[in-house]
Write a protein that binds this ligand. Structure first.
Ligand code: COA
Length: 260
């Protein structure tokens, strides 16, 4: 089981050394499994999909700040020897990706923002329900009900719910606290790397207006919307999301061996 800095990572296509590495970061209460096979096993790409500390197969404890998760990802990059990478994040993972890009710009070749925003205030009902271990299943139900678009199958929603039930309640709560504190709205103009923004039109946890805001304020950005999809757009429309990320990755200039 590959780990670096006590963090599990799923790896694919590491032999594609002429391709820029893509590092995928999941959202609150998630794991690398939030990136479906169509995405995490994309042809001809070099992929690392992490389990953040306290999540999935990783050790450690969850954090209560995006800055701390960003520091964990930096340590991961150092440990696996990646000078720079394309960072793709979903929801809370997008907040981490934005933070890495702003605070360590030389380490980020490109930025992928999936169902996320520059500020991620959280519904008080979610913060309250996740703060109480006895209400954990109620919290998961509430989050899951808001996470999918109307076309998502009952099977997909049930699977997502079962996966979230395996997360420790303190970790899930810490993730939402971290999101609630996050706000880089005034800083988006500092981002210069090519940026791909993906959002489902029916996203209720990070509504499309958040992605439109990102697109308006990040100079070198493109926005692709997915009609009918909700917050878990990559699970709901995996082929279309994989295609968009792969096309984007192929436009990123990459010069292996250049140390930044
Ligand atoms: N991008 C663009 N605009 C944003 C934004 C973002 N990332 N975050 C907030 N805004 C906008 C809001 O739309 C709102 O605009 P309006 O006044 O024109 O309606 C304004 O900024 C203030 O919003 P917010 O800071 O979110 O405070 P609020 O008191 O209006 O709402 C919530 C608080 C929690 C009800 C709301 O943020 C929400 O519904 N969040 C989504 C649900 C959720 O919990 N998601 C989890 C994210 S991890």
């Amino acid at each position: 089981m590959p780990t670096a800095n006590d963090m599990f990572y799923f790896a694919h296509g590491l032999e594609n050394i002429l391709r820029p590495p893509l590092v995928f970061l999941h959202g609150a209460g998630g794991s690398h499994l939030h990136w479906p096979p169509q995405v995490r096993r994309m042809d001809s790409q070099r992929i690392y999909a992490l389990d953040l500390p306290g999540h999935g197969k990783s050790g450690g404890v969850g954090r209560q700040s995006i800055q701390n998760y960003a520091a964990d990802v930096m340590k991961f990059l150092d440990r696996v020897g990646l000078n720079a990478a394309v960072i793709v994040g979903h929801s809370m993972g997008g907040a981490i990706a934005l933070t890495l890009t702003l605070d360590y710009p030389k380490r980020v070749l490109g930025l992928g923002l999936v169902g996320t925003g520059a500020r991620l205030r959280v519904l008080p009902a979610i913060l309250e329900a996740t703060s109480n271990a006895e209400r954990f299943s109620e919290a998961v139900q509430l989050i899951n009900d808001m996470a999918f678009g109307p076309a998502a199958s009952a099977g997909l929603k049930e699977l997502a719910k079962r996966q979230m039930m395996t997360v420790r309640s303190t970790v899930l709560h810490g993730d939402f606290v971290a999101c609630d504190r996050f706000d880089v709205m005034p800083r988006l103009g500092e981002i210069t790397v090519p940026t791909l923004i993906l959002c489902g039109t029916e996203d209720r946890l990070t509504p499309l207006k958040y992605s439109e805001f990102l697109h308006r304020h990040i100079p070198n950005s493109q926005l692709i919307t997915f009609p009918g999809a909700g917050h878990m757009v990559m699970l709901e429309q995996p082929e279309a999301v994989a295609q968009a990320i792969s096309r984007f990755a192929n436009t990123i200039p990459y010069y292996p061996g250049i140390v930044v």
